[in-house]
Design a protein around this ligand. Structure first.
Ligand SMILES: Nc1ncnc2c1ncn2[C@@H]1O[C@H](COP(=O)(O)OP(=O)(O)OP(=O)(O)O)[C@@H](O)[C@H]1O
Ligand SMILES: [Mg+2]
Length: 144
């Protein structure tokens, strides 16, 4: 809804990736959580007036919660379909609007729960399991 908020897109996922690296979370988990966070924060910036992103780190998993008071989503099946987008022109001009954000979140999450009330807002919970990701990943930076 607000082209102004788009300038900050990426700030949350950058910060979250840094926190996870500092906590010693597996690089592959950091990579996947970073992608999920980026898509979620982008959608909050484009489609709502604001929201809250919560990161929880456990021994066996990382969880991300997204909550906003935006317009909500009428058809939860439709928005999960690759290519579906209602992005406004200003967002498309910036390269958003491929309709790949939610599919990309689902692909990178081990569990993905999308809830919404039209007119009220949207909430997403995404979990990435840490076990089995210990030795994967090629995106390890220095000290990661
Ligand atoms: N937080 C939200 N509140 C309301 N509607 C949303 C929200 N997030 C997504 N949507 C709706 O779901 C559609 C699909 O979202 P998705 O992220 O997959 O694609 P996009 O944002 O349109 O394009 P892309 O992410 O590829 O740049 C959006 O176009 C919008 O209609
Ligand atoms: Mg999107």
């Amino acid at each position: 809804m607000s082209p102004g908020a788009i300038a900050d897109v990426g700030a949350v996922s950058t910060q979250i990736r840094r926190i996870l690296r500092e906590l010693g979370v597996e690089p592959e988990v950091v990579r996947r959580v970073g992608i999920i966070c980026f898509e979620g924060e982008t959608n909050i910036a484009i489609f709502t007036k604001g929201g809250r992103i919560t990161l929880m780190v456990w021994d066996d998993r990382v969880e991300l919660f997204f909550a906003d008071n935006g317009p909500g989503i009428e058809d939860l099946e439709l928005v999960r379909r690759p290519g579906y987008s209602t992005a406004p022109d200003w967002a498309r001009e910036l390269g958003f609007g491929a309709g790949m954000g939610i599919p990309n979140m689902e692909k990178n999450a081990d569990t993905f729960v999308l809830r919404s009330r039209p007119g009220k807002g949207t909430a997403i919970r995404a979990t990435v399991w840490r076990k089995g990701n210990e030795r994967q990943g090629s995106s390890a930076g220095p000290g990661a």
